[in-house]
Ligand binder design. Structure first.
Ligand code: SF4
Ligand code: SF4
Length: 222
């Protein structure tokens, strides 16, 4: 899923400082799963914003709405009859949501309330970790299902750098050296020779380096 973190409150307050009435829009997709932008978090942020502004003696009216998804025009369309009632819309979806809102409601000021960080999953309750960098051509079968592009700090494809020590990355002792894990897994399974095959430089044109990407499925186009 897409993982995100809520922006600092001061940053959000600064965004809406000139407004009297805003619509706070959540999303029931990934940001609900990572506890940052679902109905519960929309309710919490709405209350905090109202209280903060009331304390300043400059009340802010905040209405709340959580859409099924903000990355789908069908759901973004559901607020079409009410958007004109607001000075601005604050989105609690990943970076896709505010952009779909901006494209659907071009006259409206749109603000992001979250920082979108990575594709990942929950490794323990309350902790999410990166697993994929969306490179567009998955090659993790060479590495026993582990991704050195997203999980090695240097995205190395041919073994660890010289900084790997004790299973940790030289960038931080808090970061697993995924190459250490890959090598150990190969050794345990008696397949270390797999790594003797040098991987050529990756073609990055399917990643962001090739510009904004599209996925077209002709059979689904109406
Ligand atoms: S190889 Fe590419 S698509 Fe596959 S997990 Fe890594 S970044 Fe994601
Ligand atoms: S120490 Fe490991 S994870 Fe860190 S950059 Fe080197 S190979 Fe990559």
């Amino acid at each position: 899923m897409i993982v995100a973190d809520r922006k600092p409150l001061n940053e959000i307050l600064e965004m809406v400082k000139d407004y009297k009435k805003i619509l706070l829009v959540g999303c029931k997709g990934c940001v609900t799963v990572c506890n940052v932008g679902g109905a519960k978090e929309v309710g919490i942020l709405g209350s905090i914003l109202r209280l903060a502004r009331a304390k300043e003696g400059n009340p802010l009216e905040v209405d709340e709405k959580t859409l099924e998804r903000q990355c789908d025009p069908e759901y973004v369309n559901q607020i079409k009859d009410v958007v004109d009632e607001y000075d601005a819309i604050v989105s609690m979806a990943c970076g896709v949501g505010p952009q779909f809102l901006s494209e659907r409601y071009p006259q409206k000021r749109i603000y992001p309330a979250v920082n979108t960080t990575f594709f990942g999953g929950a490794v323990q309750h309350g902790v999410w970790a990166e697993r994929c960098a969306g490179c567009g051509t998955c090659i993790i079968h060479y590495f026993d299902g582990l991704c050195p592009i997203a999980r090695c700090s240097k995205s190395l494809l041919n073994g660890p750098c010289g900084g790997s020590a004790g299973g940790k990355c030289e960038v931080s002792k808090d970061i697993e050296c995924i190459w250490d894990t890959i090598v150990r897994k190969k050794m345990e399974q008696g397949r270390l020779q797999d790594l003797l095959e040098i991987k050529p430089p990756k073609d990055w044109t399917t990643a962001r380096d090739g510009g904004p990407r599209k996925s077209v499925r002709e059979e689904l186009i109406i």
